[in-house]
Write a protein that binds this ligand. Structure first.
Ligand code: BG6
Length: 491
C-alpha cells in the first residue's frame, strides 16, 4: 500500500447512473480536492448513453456540482478534466465500443486499473468476460462489485465463478458501503483498542444486541430493482450481517486484510440456521402503506411513482424485515441478535445497541439501562447509558444518563463519506474493508432458507403505515422474551 497517490484509471460501468452521480463522483471530487488523486488519474464512465467527454462533463457539472462544496473553480475544473465517457453496449455485441475503451486505455497498462461495476449483478460475469476479451484486464487491474452479489446462494456462486475465471480473488473488491462508515470502523477500535470492554463482551454480561437500520425514504422510481430485491436482500444479507459480524467477531490477531475477514466469516458460519417452521417465529416482513412521513402525506409501496406498474412481485416484496438471530459459539450462546430494517419508518436511525444484563441484585427500584449505543446515523457517535442519582435530598431517585461521544463535536475535521474511504482503499489496493468470496457465500447460505420459506408460503408481507415503527409483529418478536426495541431518543 502506498501513501503517495499513484496514477490510476477508474472505469465506472454504469457511470452515468444514480450511484455514480450521487455517491462515486462526489466521493472522487472530495478525494481530488484533498490532493489524494494523482494528477494523471482518469475517471472513465461507461454507459450506453452515447455521450462524448464534453456531454458527460456537462452532465456532472449540472448534477453533481450542487451537492459538493466547490470553493474554488480551478479545483472543480481540474476534476471535470479527469472525466471521460465511452459508449459501450454490454447487452449486445459491441466490439466497436470495447475497441474505443481499449483505445483510451492503450499505453497505460502499468497504471492501476480499476473496473467499478455499478450495475446489476447479472452483468458482472458478462462484463468481465468482455473486458478480458478486449485485452483490458492487466495484472494491475482490480474489479469492484456492488452489492447485492446475486439474489441467492446459487446466483452468488455463479457470479463469483464467472468473475473468478477472469480476476484473481486478490483483485476482486466486493463492496458493502457500511464497512466504510466511520462508526463501523470505530467499532473495531472501540472493541480492540480498549481493554475494558473485552472481559464483558460475552453472554455472561450481555443480554442481547439490536441492530437497526431504519430509513424514512421510500422507494420511488426503484420498483424495477426493489420488487426483486426486498429488504432482506437489499439490506440484511449485506449491511446488517456485516454489522453483526463486527459486533460478534473474535479479536483478530492482526489488523490486516485476511485476519479481520477470517474472523467475520467464522461468525457467519456460526449463525444458527433459521429454517422451515422457525421462519415464522423468528422473522417478520412488512410492506409500507400510505401514511405520513416528516409531516408529509406519502403513498404506500404499491403506489410509489414509477415507470412500471406494480405486479404480483410488488405485492409480495418486503420493505421491512426483522430477524432474531443467534451466534452459536461459546461467547454468544443464548444471546439473541435482533436485526431490523425498514423503509418509510418514523425516524432515520442506524444503530447498534448492546444491552447489558441487569445487576444481579438491585438495591434500587426501577430498571437499569446498562446500554451501549453505537450510532451510525444520523449523528455518528457512541453513547453509554448508565444509571445516575438525580441530585436532591430525600428518596434516592435514579435517572438514566448518557456518557456521550459525538464524532462531530469531538473531531471537527470533515468526516469522509463511506464511498470515499472505500474508493481510496481500492485505488491503494487495500481490500480489508471489502467482502471476501466466502463471506458473501456464507451470508447467502444463512439467508436462503428464510427467502425460500417466504416464497413457498406465497403470502403477502404485513402492512405498516409509512411513518410508523414497522409492523406490530416486529414488536412481538422482541416482546415474547420481555424485551423492547430501543427507540429514537430513548436513554
Ligand atoms: C443501499 C440500499 O445499499 O443502502 C438502499 O440499496 C439503502 O436501499 C441504502 O437506502 C442505505 O444506505 P445509507 O448509507 O443511506 O444508510
Amino acid at each position: 500500500m502506498s501513501e503517495t497517490p499513484q496514477p490510476a484509471d477508474l472505469i465506472v460501468f454504469g457511470g452515468t447512473g444514480d450511484l455514480s452521480m450521487r455517491k462515486l463522483l462526489p466521493a472522487l471530487y472530495h478525494a481530488d480536492r484533498d490532493g489524494r488523486l494523482a494528477p494523471e488519474t482518469r475517471v472513465i464512465a461507461m454507459s450506453r448513453g452515447g455521450l462524448d467527454d464534453a456531454d458527460f462533463r456537462g452532465k456532472v457539472d449540472a448534477e453533481v456540482r450542487g451537492s459538493v462544496p466547490v470553493d474554488d473553480l480551478d479545483t472543480w475544473q481540474r476534476f471535470l478534466g479527469r472525466l471521460h465517457h465511452v459508449t459501450v453496449d454490454i447487452g449486445g455485441e459491441d466490439p466497436a465500443g470495447w475497441a474505443r475503451l481499449a483505445g483510451m486505455l492503450g499505453g497505460y497498462e502499468q497504471r492501476d486499473r480499476v473496473f467499478y461495476l455499478a450495475s446489476p449483478p447479472m452483468t458482472f460475469g458478462p462484463f468481465c468476460r468482455e473486458a478480458h476479451r478486449a485485452g483490458l484486464v492487466t495484472p494491475a487491474s482490480r474489479v469492484v462489485l456492488e452489492k447485492p452479489l446475486g439474489r441467492d446462494l446459487a446466483s452468488a456462486l455463479r457470479i463469483n465463478d464467472e468473475v473468478g475465471a477472469i480476476f484473481e480473488e486478490r483483485q476482486i473488491y466486493r463492496i458493502d458501503h457500511y464497512l466504510g462508515k466511520e462508526t463501523v470502523q470505530n467499532l473495531l477500535v472501540l472493541r480492540f483498542a480498549n481493554a475494558f470492554l473485552e472481559p464483558i463482551w460475552n453472554s455472561l454480561w450481555i443480554d442481547h444486541v439490536q441492530i437497526t437500520v431504519a430509513e424514512t425514504v421510500g422507494t420511488p422510481g426503484r420498483r424495477g430493482y426493489y420488487d426483486h430485491a426486498g429488504a432482506l436482500r437489499d439490506m440484511v444479507q449485506n449491511h446488517l450481517l456485516q454489522l453483526l459480524c463486527l459486533v460478534a467477531m473474535e479479536p483478530p490477531s492482526r489488523n490486516d486484510r485476511e485476519s479481520i475477514r477470517d474472523e467475520k466469516v467464522k461468525v457467519l458460519q456460526s449463525l444458527r440456521p433459521v429454517t422451515g417452521g422457525e421462519v415464522d417465529r423468528f422473522t417478520v416482513r412488512g410492506q409500507y402503506t400510505a401514511g405520513e412521513s416528516g409531516g408529509v402525506r406519502v403513498p404506500g409501496y404499491l403506489d410509489e411513482p414509477d415507470s412500471t406498474a406494480p405486479t404480483e412481485d410488488s405485492h409480495r416484496v418486503e420493505t421491512f424485515a426483522a430477524i432474531r438471530a443467534e451466534v452459536k459459539n461459546w461467547r454468544w450462546a443464548g444471546v439473541p441478535f435482533y436485526l431490523r430494517t425498514g423503509k418509510r419508518m418514523s425516524h432515520r436511525c442506524s444503530e447498534i445497541v448492546v444491552q447489558f444484563k441487569d445487576v444481579p441484585h438491585s438495591i434500587f427500584p426501577g430498571s437499569t439501562p446498562n446500554r451501549l449505543v453505537l450510532r451510525l446515523q444520523p449523528s455518528e457517535g457512541i453513547q453509554l447509558n448508565i444509571m445516575a442519582k438525580e441530585p436532591g435530598a430525600g428518596e434516592v431517585a435514579l435517572k438514566p444518563v448518557p456518557l456521550s461521544l459525538s464524532f462531530a463535536e469531538t473531531f471537527t475535521g470533515r468526516v469522509p463519506e463511506a464511498y470515499e474511504r472505500l474508493l481510496m482503499d481500492v485505488l491503494t489496493g487495500n481490500p480489508t474493508l471489502f467482502m471476501r468470496r466466502d463471506e458473501v457465500e456464507a451470508a447467502w447460505r444463512w439467508i436462503d432458507p428464510i427467502l425460500d420459506e417466504w416464497d413457498s408460503q406465497g403470502t403477502r408481507p404485513e402492512p405498516y403505515p409509512a411513518g410508523s415503527a414497522g409492523p406490530a409483529t416486529a414488536h412481538e418478536l422482541v416482546g415474547r422474551s420481555g424485551r423492547v426495541w430501543h427507540e429514537e431518543g430513548q436513554a
